[in-house]
Design a protein around this ligand. Sequence first.
Ligand code: PMP
Length: 352
Amino acid sequence: MNYQNYFREVTPYVPGEQPREKNIIKLNTNENPYPPSPHVASALREIGGANTRKYPDPAATLLVDALAKRYGVKSSQIFVGVGSDDVLGMCFLTFFNSDRPILFPEVTYSFYPVWAGLFRVPYRAVPLREGFRVDPQDYIAENGGIVIANPNAPTGIALSVSEVETIVANNPDSVVIIDEAYVDFGAVSCQCLLDKYENLVIVQTFSKSRSMAGMRIGFCMAAEPLIAALQSVKYSYNSYTMNEASILAGKAALEDEAYFSDTCARIMQTREWTREELKKLSFSSTNSSANFLFVTHSRVPAKDIFEQLRQRKIYVRYFAQPHIDNYLRITIGTREEMQALLAALKDIVGER
Ligand code: PMP
């Protein structure tokens, strides 16, 4: 029996742990420590079970229209999906179909090489410059598409709009995807370039800045022909990706702008405070514009710190990968959670 020879061979993405124990401090998957807007809970209460009898609107019109209004674009310039992972996967499938390699930074969101493998897209991981810097000039090279996380993950370092523009303007023959999963925590969105460039796709998510990772809502904005192409691919695969509850809860979240900006501001304040406190413990960190810090200690190896934090039920992220294996990525939690983290770190790095 050789039927296994015909299985698709893949190397899957490894998400951060989701421990189910109580009384842990979970700073390992960049979730938002605050609940979503109270509008979301009301919307979910209203749905109850009644509407689950029917299929949802395959075009998720209510959510798409609310996004178009919020971001000042046409509804025909928006595509939604089950988290930005779904949107990014659809973008790879739709836009990356050449024999030329797609380009992305060597240190970045580790799902990019996984989709490339799954969809059999050749790729070249571009080395970073000193200090984990993405150099736009490195992306002026032969390619079949480009994907950049901005701010980058797990470094948190953001490119300016003009740096992104250099990449987009110099690659008119391929699609450039800017993954803005963390943009609301202090970076500037490249949405402003959409009117000028029809080869640009801006991807965002409700998982981080809108505290809705569990609802799985992502979206992208682009010129109309790109959105139409994405829809054709989606309707060739699964028409009903967005469920009714996510459509309505997503729309409700967009209607509470004050809550959104307030929680983002709190996270940014806590990030800057934590960064200063970490400095006092001899940690250094990148200049993060995201809801996490990327840190290294002057003496104690990151892996040791990671393990000792874990024993104390504090979960952060450690990547056993070249270039970053002496770093920890720490999600910004509440001020109290960060205080507990700092107390544990003081103990751990002070012990030596
Ligand atoms: N892009 C980046 C850079 C991320 O870190 C993540 C979170 N793992 C995602 C996209 C996907 O997030 P989601 O599918 O929850 O929208």
